[in-house]
Design a protein around this ligand. Structure first.
Ligand code: FAD
Length: 407
């Protein structure tokens, strides 16, 4: 009874963009988007909310308002994938079958993986820009702090938006410098991995801000425990081949949680060994089930997990999925493009854009935006341009400035 040409699981950035790209190309398709949430968020602006430069309300719209016309919204969560017989199962046990499937569930935020953390979020000085309800608390803490210790964390990769953890550091430090309390606040940035940023070309300009703000950068340092009442955070550090456990007092703690594919994907036949959707990195087609595609953060590819990446992927998936339904060769390939506007000061952004293998992929000529230089134009793009493009182009299937590559 419940049968659609295309089923899209997840109505976030990638799911809605793909639905819009598909219905635009072939209006007669029956498409369902399965999404349990009533609200849709523009997550990239939460960094600005945490830096006091954006209203949280402007990042939220109703799911109904972003659902493309003529697409069916199924207001439930998917509890199982059964790709062997082209069906999915919903939480109310309804079975839905499809000709083609797009998986767009995004990532799960694993706050619960760090003992003591979840129960103290939003109080005792513990916050995270990764949640709509908590991003304003970051700015409240930044404004309230006059002296003491501020600790920021970055989890092991992969996590969404490779630059977001350090964006929180820079915008906080900028606010403290402007209020001239920076000398009384010691700032530490604990990065679980071995580098400040995954693409080495951008490290020098970012390091110059680490130095300017006098941030104590601790690489290979992973948050493992939080005690909210005592206001302490415990880190596991790799120092000269040895593991050290370090517990520290904080006045403010900004946490970016470890992240993973949702359980329903991890435990399905669609997952790779790490639990992400097993797709071909170029065609975005599932490696075993040819009528299945993946878009956005959930796919097991090495690109930066960003809305910018999903914006490029959506029309490629629409083209390749229709070709699969028509038994044609897949026409388009994805080059791994992702974009990360690093807010190094309130008013300036370092716009890192790169593809697979860290290949630099600037969208603008150098005289407009030079990706290695802090830029006011790039800040304006981040604060006004990109949200406008997101709501009015990406989610509507208007595919501007994408430079898609034919195979
Ligand atoms: P999402 O947009 O997260 O959507 C996934 C959807 O799937 C959700 O609506 C969810 O409810 C739904 N879902 C989950 N499980 C199920 C299920 N079982 N059944 C049905 N539906 C399900 N990107 C940039 O490009 N630039 C930036 O500057 C940037 N900054 C960021 C800063 C922060 C603080 C954060 C949190 C993210 C940032 N991002 C940025 C990343 C960007 O938001 C994501 O990459 C993008 O939203 C990914 O889209 P998606 O569709 O894969 O996932």
């Amino acid at each position: 009874a419940h049968k659609f040409d295309v089923v899209i699981v997840g109505g976030g950035s990638g799911g809605i963009a793909t639905a819009a790209s598909l219905i635009k190309r072939r209006p007669e398709l029956t498409i369902a988007v399965i999404e349990p949430a009533a609200a849709h968020y523009y997550q990239p602006a939460w960094t600005l909310v945490g830096g006091g430069a954006y209203s949280k309300h402007a990042t939220k719209r109703t799911e109904a308002s972003v659902m493309p016309k003529d697409v069916n919204w199924v207001h439930h969560a998917v509890t199982a994938f059964r790709p062997e017989n082209d069906t999915i199962l919903l939480e109310d046990e309804t079975e839905i079958s499809y000709k083609a499937l797009v998986v767009a569930t995004g990532l799960r935020l694993n706050f619960d993986a760090i003992p003591g953390l979840e129960e103290t979020l939003g109080k005792n000085g513990v916050t995270s820009n990764y949640r709509y309800d908590l991003a304003p608390y970051t700015w409240e803490l930044v404004q309230g702090l006059k002296a003491g210790k501020a600790i920021f964390t970055q989890p092991p990769a992969p996590f969404k938006c490779a630059g977001a953890p350090q964006k929180a550091v820079y915008l906080s430090c900028d606010a403290w410098a402007k209020r001239r309390v920076n000398d009384a606040i010691s700032v530490e940035f604990d990065v679980a991995g071995p580098a400040l940023f995954g693409v080495k070309d951008f490290v020098p300009v970012l390091m110059s801000y680490i130095q300017r703000y006098k941030v104590d950068l601790q690489l290979n340092s992973k948050l493992v425990h939080v005690d909210g009442d005592a206001k302490t955070a415990t880190f596991e550090r790799q120092v000269a081949g040895k593991t050290e456990i370090v517990t520290q007092q904080f006045d403010m703690l900004h946490v970016v949680p470890p992240q993973s594919a949702p359980k329903v994907v991890r435990e399905s036949a669609l997952a790779n060994a790490e639990g992400y959707l097993a797709v071909d990195p170029q065609t975005l087609q599932h490696i075993t089930f040819k009528n299945v595609f993946g878009v956005g953060d959930v796919i097991g590819t090495s690109n930066a997990k960003t809305a910018a990446a999903a914006r490029k992927q959506a029309p490629i998936i629409a083209e390749n999925l229709l070709a699969t339904m028509d038994s044609r060769d897949l026409p388009y390939i994805y080059d791994g493009y992702g974009g990360c506007p690093l807010t190094v000061e309130n008013g300036k952004v370092v716009l890192a854009e790169f593809g697979y293998g860290g290949k630099l992929m600037p969208s603008f000529p150098k005289w407009i935006i030079n990706g290695f230089k802090p830029s006011r134009v790039a800040w304006t793009l981040k604060k006004y341009g990109l949200p406008f493009i997101y709501w009015n182009a990406m989610l509507k299937g208007r595919e501007i400035m994408l430079g898609l590559k034919r195979r």
